[in-house]
Design a protein around this ligand. Structure first.
Ligand code: ADP
Ligand code: ASP
Ligand code: MG
Length: 412
């Protein structure tokens, strides 16, 4: 029988009623003739609570124990969903990551999936099981321990299963009815897109649109998984949601198709470091080893052989970054006068494949921000996106102003 993957995010399994509601969706697809692989998240808020407990117990935690703890939310929802389906007389069972097994790297808290053997689940389907409820987000590391795939990782579990099983489609059920031109919680002018190209979705996701985890879009693009984002709260409709697909399959083409933001960024500046060959490596290698995700980087003009180096990273990694830099200073690898952290910044980005063939998007973006009196601290660009780092207090204003200026509320 054809296989369908259905993923339910935290709000879609937030309590027993919601789990029952989601189970009805699953039952409908079983009736439609699919063998279904359901991927579940933890109940909404659960993972945050678990992460909070870890932080409170050990701020510089051992990531292997972090994974043992934060993966547990998905175990509960997988079991509950399987029980609910059994109550509906649908042959179903739960699978934890290690039981499948979802084989991953041992990069704890940010593991990548290496392989998903299909034989165990396929054999059960062969014996008449109709639904495999798999705990998302978790896997079995090549060190033999439980891993997690990074926040939002259940999306990636879902796409990886769809690729491994050659699924008909991968449906991501969430609390919005599709992918919008920007976060619909930020402006009511956000418009739902019927389709979005893999590449644009990849940029939007990596720039902060958390509706899909970045890695899930990467996998969907690579394995040509038909990926659909839709609401678990609306009535069943086979046309619902947003399809993430190839660029060629899209008629509507705006120059800019979306605006994304990352709220909790920090800007760090190393003041007066020696401007010599190897200095960037001497800074960024220890940061990488400390697990700091450096994003934007600017090296300022050098004067008398000294320069300033500025970079951005998530605000919750500032302590790690500071510790790594102080350690590098103590060991003599680098020398700086001061390390200044600005923890009140955010990143706003505009994305669109139309930028490849249209000049002037950056100029327009900077003009819009200047009219709003918003100062830009760092700029980065790629072929299909422009990002700026600004004061966090202007983030909503910037997103709304850009959404208006690029007329995203109107279809092309
Ligand atoms: P789930 O728990 O189902 O995985 P998430 O909270 O991870 O859900 O992702 C859904 C949320 O993503 C929405 O509630 C919305 O606020 C946010 N979001 C951000 N950008 C976008 C966008 N461009 N389109 C749709 N949703 C977006
Ligand atoms: N529960 C995990 C998280 O909140 C994974 C997911 O929901 O995708 O990040
Ligand atoms: Mg999510």
């Amino acid at each position: 029988m054809p296989v369908l993957v259905m993923k339910f995010g935290g709000t879609s399994v937030a309590n027993l009623d919601r789990i029952a509601r989601a189970s009805k969706r699953v039952a409908r697809e079983v009736a439609n003739g699919f063998d279904v692989i359901v991927i579940v998240s933890a109940m909404s808020g659960k993972t945050n609570e678990l992460v909070g407990w870890v932080d409170e117990t050990s701020p510089m935690y051992d990531a292997r124990e972090y994974d043992a703890i934060v993966s547990s939310g998905e175990q509960v929802t997988a079991g509950l969903m399987a029980l609910r389906l059994q109550e509906m007389d649908i042959p179903a069972r739960s699978w934890m990551g290690w039981q499948v097994p979802v084989r991953t790297t041992s990069a704890h808290s940010a593991a990548r999936i290496n392989e998903i053997p299909t034989d165990n689940i396929a054999a059960k389907f062969g014996e008449g099981m109709r639904v495999a409820v798999v705990a998302g987000f978790q896997g079995l590391g090549d060190d033999g321990r439980i891993t997690t795939l990074g926040r939002g990782g259940s999306d990636t579990t879902a796409v990886a299963f769809a690729a491994a099983f050659g699924a008909e489609r991968c449906d991501i059920y969430t609390d919005v009815d599709g992918v919008y031109t920007t976060d619909p919680r930020l402006t009511n002018k956000a418009r739902k897109l019927d389709r979005i190209a893999y590449e644009e979705m990849l940029e939007l996701a990596s720039l902060g649109a958390k509706v899909l985890q970045t890695r899930s879009v990467e996998l969907a693009m690579r394995f040509k998984v038909r990926l659909r984002v839709l609401s678990s709260f609306e009535e069943y409709n086979p046309e619902a949601g947003t399809l993430v697909c190839d660029e060629e399959d899209i008629v509507e083409k705006n120059v800019v198709s979306g605006v994304a933001y990352q709220r909790d960024e920090a800007k760090m500046t190393l003041i007066s470091i020696a401007d010599r060959p190897g200095i960037a490596a001497a800074i960024f290698v220890p940061l990488a080893e400390a697990g700091v995700n450096v994003d934007m980087i600017v090296q300022n003009i050098s004067e008398e052989g000294r320069t300033d180096m500025t970079f951005s990273c998530p605000v919750n990694q500032v302590a790690r970054a500071e510790a790594a830099m102080q350690a590098a200073k103590t060991s003599g690898e680098i020398n700086f006068h001061d390390l200044v952290a600005d923890t009140g910044v955010a990143k706003v980005s505009v994305v669109g494949i139309g930028m490849r063939s249209h000049a002037g998007v950056a100029a327009k973006m900077f003009d819009v921000l200047s009219r709003e009196g918003i100062n830009i601290k760092i700029i980065t660009t790629s072929e299909i996106k422009i990002s700026v780092l600004i004061d966090r207090k202007y983030m909503e204003l910037a997103v709304q102003a850009l959404h208006d200026a690029f007329e995203l509320e109107k279809a092309a």
